[in-house]
Design a protein around this ligand. Structure first.
Ligand code: ADP
Length: 498
């Protein structure tokens, strides 16, 4: 089948988090199974244009007006990627806004991008079987796919929406209506309206033929009010069409045996190189070059990732004799607390801010344990990478962390890490203390490392689950089974336009 994969970020072009990793890896895995895959993403300022081929300008409706855009093609081994150039919207220093903030015109930028995806299909005469979109930034695609003035030639195409993080919904005040160009029936309570605002993700959940999220446990969690971020009712209405497919990673790009950023490559059979990576991390972060157990963290600095728990636990953690190597970018207040903590405990706590791929890789490849006390975690890629790089993760047993890490307490033989059940200081400390006891038993610890390094986290092992969802989406389209709240829409409309 022909799959059009759309996302707001994608490796190797541009990355702020796990979505980019997934978007960079899943299309190749699908293509390897014989599908034609085309990907679309915005052309941001920071993207290297070398090797990109400019195409013909095309027009995209936004609100009641038209905006010119240009596709730039990048030929990947697995298929074409089109990067949509629109410099008023995307030639900016950040993707979504400065750290801790958002660009005020995000509703317009991503309404444009969603419509540009369909306009591009028309322009290039692409008629994908499935449009697979991701998160709120492209969640309007399934909505526009069903509306009269877009998507010519796409009557047969089905849509799949993947939710990578329900906490980000693209919720904007009602003035967003002006840029949407959607008829009133789509803007009401059975459509995008959400407590007087416009909610792009809600629109996608209601209109997509199938909805997926990134782990089976998270797919269940988000149906409950405490984890549903206010959309649990909407998700329950679509629960028959909702599934959880665990994320994978690109095991070539994340391969400790050939990673060019590592101070020293290594493998499960020859793990010695990890020492050099550890030294590099210690030197980079001003840590004492001691053999103390090194606890690593790489990720967004937000309440979600639980770094405040690490901060509160820090004195007691250090009493356990560990060093901390933390790399993160995000919330300015929390980041300042981290930097202060490092200044207060020089040589024991090292903090780097910003986005630093080489350092991140050496933290994965040099730490003894990887901390992931996330309050919630849809899937998490960092723990997958940490396992592959021989740093057993210590995780809060939630969402994808529960699905991907086999905890020492549960199964010592096949354990790949350590888990705790409450996102608080005491639980984190107890888990780290327990992990350090195992760390002292070299043989036991080496087995946990080996189990993690040998875990198959590849997309190849998961692409067939995506195919099954695409088939279901096509079936829904063929039989014109109407999903979600469209059933209850005040003004009933046939599914699709054909
Ligand atoms: P998220 O919730 O941010 O998507 P994931 O664990 O799913 O979290 O994926 C995060 C990805 O981003 C991983 O590849 C991780 O290595 C990378 N990453 C996060 N923060 C940084 C940083 N400051 N520097 C380098 N890489 C980072």
């Amino acid at each position: 089948m022909h799959i059009l994969y759309a996302a707001s970020e994608m490796v190797p072009f541009v990355k702020t988090g796990g979505l980019a990793d997934v978007a960079g890896a899943l299309p190749a895995a699908l293509a390897a199974r014989g599908h034609r895959v085309t990907a679309v993403l915005p052309l941001y300022d920071g993207v290297n244009r070398a090797g990109l081929e400019p195409g013909e300008e095309f027009m995209v409706p936004v609100g009641t007006w038209q905006v010119a855009a240009r596709p730039w093609r990048s030929r990947q081994k697995w298929g074409d990627v089109y990067l949509v150039e629109q410099s008023d919207y995307f030639a900016r220093p950040h993707l979504y806004g400065p750290p801790g903030g958002e660009y005020a015109d995000n509703p317009e930028r991503f309404a444009f991008f969603s419509r540009a995806i369909l306009a591009l299909c028309r322009e290039l005469r692409l008629a994908p079987d499935v449009l697979h979109v991701n998160d709120w930034q492209t969640a309007l695609v399934p909505v526009y796919l069903r509306e009269p003035d877009d998507g010519d030639g796409l009557e047969q195409s089905a849509s799949v929406l993947t939710i990578h993080n329900l906490a980000f919904q693209g919720r904007f005040d009602v003035t967003a209506v002006n840029v949407l160009g959607l008829p009133p029936r789509v803007l009401g309570i059975d459509g995008l309206e959400y407590y007087g605002d416009m909610n792009y993700l809600k629109g996608g959940i209601l209109y997509a033929d199938q909805v997926t999220t990134v782990s089976p446990t998270y797919a269940r969690e988000i149906l409950e009010p405490q984890n549903g971020c206010g959309l649990d009712g909407v998700l329950r209405a679509r629960s028959a069409d909702l599934s959880g497919i665990e994320n994978g990673i690109d095991t070539e790009l994340w391969n400790p045996a050939s990673d060019p950023h590592l101070a020293a490559p290594f493998s499960a059979a020859r793990p010695e190189g990890r020492r050099a990576n550890r030294r590099l991390v210690q030197r980079t972060l001003g840590l004492e070059e001691a053999d103390a157990p090194l606890l690593g963290f790489v990720g967004r600095v937000t309440g979600q990732k639980g770094l405040d728990i690490v901060l509160d636990a820090m004195p007691a953690l250090l009493d356990l004799g560990v060093q901390l190597a933390l790399l993160g970018d995000g919330d300015p207040l929390l980041t300042r607390r981290l930097v202060e903590a490092a200044r207060f405990r020089p040589g024991r706590v090292g903090v780097a801010t910003g986005f630093d791929e080489p350092l991140a890789r050496n933290i994965y490849g040099g730490s003894d344990l990887f901390l992931m006390p996330s309050r919630f975690e849809p899937c998490g890629l960092a723990q997958l990478i940490a396992m592959r790089y021989g740093a057993p993760p210590v995780v809060h047993r939630v969402g994808g962390l529960a699905d991907t890490v086999v905890a020492w307490n549960d199964n010592p033989d096949s354990a790949t890490g350590f888990a705790f059940d409450r996102p608080d200081t005491a639980a984190l400390l107890a888990a780290v203390a327990g992990a350090l006891e195992v760390w002292k038993e070299h043989k036991l610890f080496a087995r946990i490392q080996r189990n993690g390094m040998q875990r198959d986290s590849s997309w190849q092992a998961r692409a067939s689950a995506c195919e099954a969802v695409y088939e279901k989406a096509l079936e829904a389209r063929r039989t014109r089974k109407i999903g979600g709240a469209l059933k209850q829409a005040a003004s009933p409309r046939p599914h699709g336009r054909g």
